[in-house]
Design a protein around this ligand. Structure first.
Ligand code: ADP
Ligand code: MG
Ligand code: MG
Length: 894
């Protein structure tokens, strides 16, 4: 097995083996671009090292052979005293892990060769000593484990002594003195001398890069980004080029297009007379890339032409690192660049227009998550960036959105204030399950601890709440109800703050919120707005049109009323996949439901039902009208009845108090009795769904009658109603058959009475494991299945969704038991395999069986792909997720 590849031997498709950096350095080399020669040690070698604690035996010889070849090519040897070859030793994993792992520059420099380097640079001693002190600094820190601050302090004090605030103010003698200081620091801290042997430096640096794969921060980053821990990193040995050789040298970074907006142009930063990480480290102020044109026109033109070559070659936006050594341009890195959601859409359509990619590829270049991001309301950027509302911190963007409210520091106050109509932001050091009520009440959540998988982040995402977490520079004092920002600014309870869950930024005061132009577009309200928004909307429009053209999966909405239905339709819904009828029993109608539940006699019950009937009918008429011509799946009553009755504790207290005053009210007493009778330890597994229909005479019949009469009414009005009746929580075909017989009877009655022929499909939800397992039988009585994956996930895992997400899911995520909550993304292996099997079994019984899914998973990108793959006909999701589902259904094909 080959463990080392020359840059000329690799290519961009070998990222598994050579890491992203190595693969792309090879690709650029083979494109004939100016890359300093070098070679890459494979991730295979790293994996052996990580598993066994030692480099594979053959590695040393292979590295020697490649180093020999490099030395022959360069005409000098590593660290050669009169003319040293220097190299960088650079980490580079398959997935980029910015700033997580190590790189050491100027390897090969030593007491013996520093003078040679100066001589070769035309007698530039300052440059040679500067390079040497940089080596000591990086090597001391990353390879020998010395605290980097010690070097920084020594550098600072040298600058102070010289009366300068820039490293450029230090001359050769100062740099030489620093080298001595740095060596002393290394010796004192480690009890060892800095190694003078060039090859030993290189070997130790390679090992340090291997080790950097497993630092705590690298592991944490991988967990958050779901990068497997066993990939390992490659190591690139690259001959040095020098940007610190004077004003005609420098180093910079660039993007081929603006990664924020997608706009074409010249984007990047350049720093004269500097090496490597000076640009990102903010040592000195960089200049915009455009200014390079004035500094060195030849290199600038060359760079632009190389960027154009790279874009044509990668057919995508690229970012690059480059260095100019005395007027000679060198490419040090490139990759397909990260970009914002807006840029992703814009760049994809630009590339189509430029003929570089086709529409299918454009669809692959964007994602439902990016589209979802574009649909959140945002802070008005003009105000946010203007400084009129001061920014007080920056945390981790954990759950997108823009939230404004008064600062509160505990759950109780959050609930109390929000009840009195205040908008609040809940601020905690970190949250725990006790904070749940406050999180629900708050507009947004801000914490000073924890990352993307912290309790606050997980729960907030689950609730769709804006959240910024881990804002470590903010000091949260919950006892004194205040927060201290850097610089000592204090925010007290009640002060207005704004948090941006998409960028992580935190402001003191109110930043105005603007609606998303993409939502305005879907709503049909997009006017020719700002130029940039217009371009974004056009890009979204084009990508969506293509997705709609190719997708097989249809997309329906979960909507319970005409208003939601109308919005869903504007967003592209092709029907309603889930209309929950329980919402039609709330509000003023609750009293009718109480009467229904309390009824002692058939007459009382029938009277209550008779009053509910016309109300339900009107609901359905409106809904069928809003969805005219499209299917509407109506689910008969599902939740346990106690949800319609007063809370047991509250009611008990009320009755007890009344009794002590001897004026207990007859109705309350009966209600209390009923509440006791209906009380269940485990309502989720209790009297609900089809079970209600079977034990409460007339309930389902009334609902079916309301649906049938509404349909007849719409027919008479020349409408095209397409209701489908869905029976929830069926576990066995017998339940379904009984309810079905009754429904068929009622429908026939309505047909007769109104003289209208009605075709109403009757189907069921598959949301219990037994239903899935006996799908073949159930399909005998069902004309369609709708997978209720929320309940199915609860019952397959034995998780109560309302409890577990806030209690132990954080621990599960942290331990890697699952990478994402199974309520967010369908658990393919468990729940998913039941869905697949039930779909097959159902269709074996009834070939035309219509299959859909309702529940949160219907709007989740990964789950949509899965439902496409198992052959469902449609997914149904909340109106706001419809565009996301449409896009992902298209991407499932592209
Ligand atoms: P990272 O992955 O953190 O960007 P790199 O390996 O790219 O780390 O290197 C860090 C910095 O050093 C970058 O600015 C890079 O351009 C620069 N650098 C790396 N190798 C060389 C080299 N051989 N000559 C000059 N500069 C280099
Ligand atoms: Mg880099
Ligand atoms: Mg359910």
């Amino acid at each position: 097995q080959k463990l080392v590849y020359d840059f000329t031997e690799g290519n961009k498709d070998l990222k598994d083996l050579l890491g992203g950096k190595g693969a792309n350095l090879a690709e650029m080399t083979n494109l004939g671009l100016p890359v300093p020669p070098g070679f890459t040690i494979t991730t295979d070698a790293c994996r052996v090292y990580l598993e066994t604690g030692a480099e594979p035996l053959e590695l040393r010889d292979e590295v020697s052979a490649h180093l020999d070849a490099l030395e022959r090519q360069m005409g000098r040897t590593l660290g050669q005293p009169d003319d040293p070859l220097l190299v960088s030793v650079r980490s580079g994993a398959k997935f980029s892990m910015p700033g997580m792992m190590d790189t050491v520059l100027n390897i090969g420099l030593s007491d013996a060769s520093v003078a040679g380097l100066a001589a070769q640079a035309g007698g530039d001693a300052r440059f040679a000593w500067d390079s040497y002190r940089r080596l000591l600094q990086m090597f001391g820190k990353t390879v020998m484990g010395v605290d980097g601050e010690l070097f920084d302090e020594a550098l600072e004090s040298a600058k102070r002594a010289k009366g300068t605030d820039s490293d450029l103010g230090l001359d050769a003698a100062d740099m030489q003195a620093l080298v001595d200081d740095f060596k002393a620091i290394v010796a004192k801290q480690t009890g060892r001398e800095f190694p003078q042997d060039p090859r030993e430096q290189m070997d130790l640096a390679v090992r340090a890069v291997f080790d950097s794969w497993n630092t705590d921060r690298a592991r944490l980053y991988r967990r958050q980004e779901r990068i497997p821990h066993d990939l390992g990193t490659a190591v690139n040995i690259c001959s040095m080029v020098f940007g610190n050789l004077g004003p005609d040298s420098g180093t910079g970074v660039a993007f081929t297009r603006d990664p924020a907006s997608g706009q074409q142009g010249v984007y990047g930063d350049y720093l004269q007379n500097a090496q490597g990480e000076d640009v990102v480290a903010g040592i000195r102020n960089t200049v915009g890339l455009a200014e390079l044109e004035a500094i060195d026109k030849t290199s600038y033109d060359r760079l632009l032409s190389i960027m154009a070559t790279l874009e044509r070659h990668y057919k995508d936006l690229c970012d690059i690192e480059f260095t100019i050594e005395r007027g000679q341009l060198w490419m040090l890195q490139t990759r397909v660049g990260k970009r914002t959601a807006a840029a992703a859409f814009r760049v994809a359509t630009q590339l189509v227009d430029e003929g570089l990619i086709d529409e299918a590829e454009a669809l692959r270049r964007v994602s439902g998550d990016q589209l979802a991001q574009l649909m959140f309301p945002r802070f008005d950027e003009k105000v946010a960036d203007s400084g009129t509302v001061p920014r007080i911190g920056w945390g981790i963007a954990a759950s997108p959105g823009a939230a404004v409210g008064k600062a509160v520091f505990d759950s109780y106050t959050a609930v109390k204030w929000s009840r009195s109509g205040e908008r609040v932001i809940l601020i905690r050091r970190e949250t725990n399950p006790d904070d749940l009520a406050g999180m629900v009440a708050a507009e947004g959540i801000l914490t000073s601890r924890g990352g993307k998988t912290s309790h606050a982040a997980v729960v907030a995402r689950g609730m769709g709440k804006t959240c910024v977490c881990g804002a470590e520079e903010l000091e949260v004092d919950t006892k004194r109800r205040r927060l201290t920002a850097p610089g000592g600014l204090v925010i007290e309870e009640g002060d207005l703050i704004s948090i941006d869950g998409s960028s992580g930024k935190i402001y003191l005061g109110e930043v105005p919120v603007v609606p998303s132009p993409v939502v305005e577009y879907f709503e049909g309200r997009m006017h020719a707005g700002a130029e940039e928004a217009g371009e974004l909307v056009r890009a979204v429009h084009r990508v969506m049109a293509y997705a709609d053209r190719v997708r097989r999966l249809r997309v329906r909405a979960n909507a319970d009323n005409a208003e939601d239905a109308a919005r869903a339709r504007r967003f592209g819904a092709q029907g309603i996949g889930l209309c929950r009828t329980e919402h039609m029993f709330l509000g003023d109608r609750r009293e009718l439901v109480e009467r229904l539940i309390l009824a002692d006699t058939d007459t009382e019950r029938e009277a209550a039902l008779a009053e509910l009937l016309p109300l339900q009918r009107t609901d359905f008429i409106e809904l069928f009208e809003a969805m005219d011509g499209l299917p509407v799946t109506v689910r008969l009553l599902d939740p346990p009845l106690h949800e319609f009755l007063p809370d047991i504790t509250e009611l008990s207290v009320r009755v007890a108090l009344a009794e002590s005053r001897e004026d207990a009210n007859e109705n309350d007493l009966r209600l209390l009795q009923a509440v006791h009778k209906l009380h269940e330890q485990n309502p989720m597994l209790g009297l609900r769904g089809v079970r209600l229909g079977l034990v409460i005479p007339g309930l389902f019949a009334m609902q079916v009658r309301a649906i049938a009469e509404a349909a007849a009414h719409r027919r008479t009005a020349k409408g095209d109603p397409r209701p489908e009746i869905m029976i929830p929580l069926v576990g066995t075909v017998q339940e379904l058959e009984i309810v079905r017989d009754e429904a068929d009877r009622v429908i026939a009655e309505v047909e007769k009475a109104t003289g209208t022929g009605l075709t109403l499909a009757i189907g069921t939800m598959i949301e219990l494991p037994r239903a899935a397992l006996t799908a073949a039988q159930i399909a005998e009585a069902a004309e369609f299945f709708s997978f209720g994956t929320n309940d199915l996930t609860q019952t397959v895992w034995g998780f109560s969704r309302d409890d577990v997400e806030a209690s132990f899911f954080t621990a599960y995520l942290e331990k890697g038991i699952f990478g994402v909550s199974p309520f967010e993304t369908i658990d393919k292996d468990g729940v998913g395999s039941l869905v697949r099997a039930a779909a097959e079994a159902g269709r074996a019984t009834r070939p035309g069986l219509k299959l859909g899914v309702c529940g949160e998973h219907g709007g989740d990108p990964e789950s949509v792909h899965f439902f496409h793959e198992v052959g469902l006909d449609y997914v149904s999701c909340s109106p706001f997720r419809i565009p996301v589902a449409r896009l992902e259904a298209g991407r499932a094909i592209a």
